[in-house]
Write a protein that binds this ligand. Structure first.
Ligand SMILES: *[C@@H]1O[C@H](CO)[C@@H](O)[C@H](O)[C@H]1NC(C)=O
Length: 533
């Protein structure tokens, strides 16, 4: 019974709207026409789209790139046409160090990194270029340069309905004397989202509607399967020229002006993110063959080289509903769950509260200025990481307790995922639809969720209405008995701004674990607290 929970969640998470939306750029012929129109003004280099396919991840991956069965990511790729510094990715694996400097040897550059991040790994894109070597085609990479007058263009169709879809441009690596991986967003994400509670929003202009920069549109459904184009350049004249050709072809254009890189030789990328499809079949089809064309354009006539973008577009200000007014009711809920856990003979309860979020800076410019790894940050969300735990035996049971950020309107989409920490792999993901009424055994408010996790839920007496999720210890994806498991909350896009919520106004999740009770003689009222760290 418990294993079916996730499938049910995915089906019911979105509004049912089967009315097919259509996309003017669905056919390759239509996209080819656009490309031909561009060729009169630009030299055109065609790339491709790479999408991370969870099903194709090797089951024995040791760095699984934070793959999550409920969401995926991808990026536009181009041929490795220039000599590129051998990319070396350094991940912060010492999560208790707030920031650290890694220096592998005296001759290697320094990498400043934040703690372990929920960052996508776009370097997976390099090995999987289908038939690249065999056909003598240059290998492709999602990490590319952007020459002063170049334009990178993506155009095609948005996917079918998802809870969330976004396109984010990034600085990937800063060059110069010491190259640094920063993976820092260049702008707000061009995103859209939809849920059954408050409908949809979009910040991406599509054939369905044009959205002014820095604003968003609300609608009953988001513009799924809709044509769009997205361009980025460091040069205004080149960007305008590309935009004019695209508009002339009847396309709507989303533009990003890229400010001068802090150092020469910098590289860039763009990420696609999609989560929680209404139809996993339709999403799989989109992921396997995205109806998107990816071009790198160089003006044939010299574009005014001085027409540079001096600064990035302003970011949308965050606005977060203050959840702290729920604190009293929340604490009462945690106590009630704790009592329940401790009431089982031979067991005690250990309570661990989340003390800090993952990302502690609001704007990625900090990462660029100080050469810190922002880990593919996305201002549409705030990843919140709860304390790690293990499920070492069948007797272990963990209740995750938190606020339903969809209920407080601090998220359009909210999931809780358990990650295998060492392998950077999501093992299970639970969506807000499953949270509804899950705190009912203890609380009259539907503002909260309670979800239990165990190796085998059927062995535990979990109150009716509280979802219990089996966490596999074998197979793929899984976390073995001694592997550290980390719970992540992923709230996306508040209702008021459609930008992600900010953790300081939020109630962060608490874990209540069932642990063996200490022998009565050594009983210490505080031992349960200490045992949780
Ligand atoms: C998207 O629209 C195109 C043409 O308008 C249509 O042929 C295609 O089936 C649609 N795709 C989906 C997944 O609905």
């Amino acid at each position: 019974m418990h294993t079916t929970l996730i499938a049910i969640a995915i089906v019911h998470a979105l509004v049912k709207h089967v009315s097919a939306q259509t996309c003017a750029l669905a056919s390759e012929i239509a996209r080819e026409d656009v490309k031909n129109a561009l060729a009169s003004a630009f030299y055109v280099d065609e790339g491709s789209t790479w999408m991370f396919d969870f099903d194709q991840l090797p089951a024995d991956c040791t760095d699984c790139g934070n793959a999550n069965p409920a969401s995926t990511y991808g990026c536009p790729r181009f041929s490795v046409s220039r000599v590129r510094r051998r990319s070396r990715r350094t991940r912060g694996d010492d999560e208790d160090a707030p920031r650290r400097v890694v220096r592998a040897s005296a001759t290697e550059p320094e990498y400043h990194t934040l703690p372990v991040l929920d960052s996508p790994n776009i370097e997976f894109a390099e090995g999987s270029s289908p038939g690249a070597q065999r056909d003598g085609v240059l290998p492709q990479t999602c990490e590319w340069t952007l020459e002063p007058t170049e334009v990178v263009l993506i155009y095609g169709c948005t996917p079918s309905a998802l809870a969330y879809f976004g396109i984010t441009p990034y600085w990937y690596r800063l060059g110069g004397a010491t190259s640094s991986l920063v993976f820092a967003s260049l702008s707000d994400t061009f995103s859209m989202g939809e849920n059954g509670d408050f409908g949809a929003f979009t910040r991406l202009s599509t054939e369905a509607a044009t959205v002014s920069p820095g604003t968003f549109i609300r609608a009953p459904t988001a513009p799924w399967n809709s044509s769009f184009s997205f361009i980025m350049s460091r040069n205004r004249a080149a960007l305008s020229l590309a935009a004019a050709v695209l508009r002339d072809r009847g396309l709507v254009v989303n533009e990003v002006g890229v400010p001068p890189p802090p150092s020469s030789d910098s590289t860039y990328t763009v990420l696609y993110r999609g989560a929680l499809p209404a139809s996993s079949e339709a999403w799989k089809n989109w992921v396997r063959a995205p109806p998107i064309t990816t071009l790198r354009l160089k003006p044939k006539s010299a574009a005014a080289p001085e027409a540079i973008f001096e600064a990035a577009a302003p970011l949308i200000a965050r606005r977060t509903v203050d959840e702290l007014s729920l604190t009293q009711a929340y604490d009462a809920l945690v106590s009630a769950v704790r009592e329940r856990v401790a009431s089982v003979p031979g067991r005690d309860a250990a309570v661990a509260a989340t003390v800090r979020p993952q990302i502690v800076i609001d704007s990625s410019m900090t990462c660029v200025n100080f050469r810190i790894n922002c880990g593919g940050d996305n201002r549409d969300t705030n990843y919140i990481r709860a304390p790690a735990f293990t499920l070492a035996s069948n007797d272990d049971l963990v209740y995750a307790i938190g606020v339903r950020h969809v209920w407080t309107r601090n998220a359009y989409y909210h999931s809780v995922a358990l990650y295998n920490r060492a392998r950077r792999l999501a093992v299970v993901s639970i969506e807000d639809a499953v949270f509804k009424n899950s705190a009912a055994p203890w609380s009259t408010s539907d503002a909260f969720y309670v979800v239990a996790f165990a190796r085998d839920c059927s062995r535990h007496d979990v109150p009716i209405g509280v979802p219990c999720v089996d966490v596999p210890q074998n197979g793929f994806p899984s976390a073995s008995r001694d592997e550290s498991i980390e719970l992540w909350e992923r709230p996306y896009s508040t209702y008021s701004t459609t930008i992600g919520p900010w953790w300081q106004s939020m109630i962060l999740p608490t874990l209540v674990r069932s642990i063996p009770a200490p022998p009565p003689s050594s009983s210490n009222p505080f031992s349960a607290l200490f045992a949780s760290f």
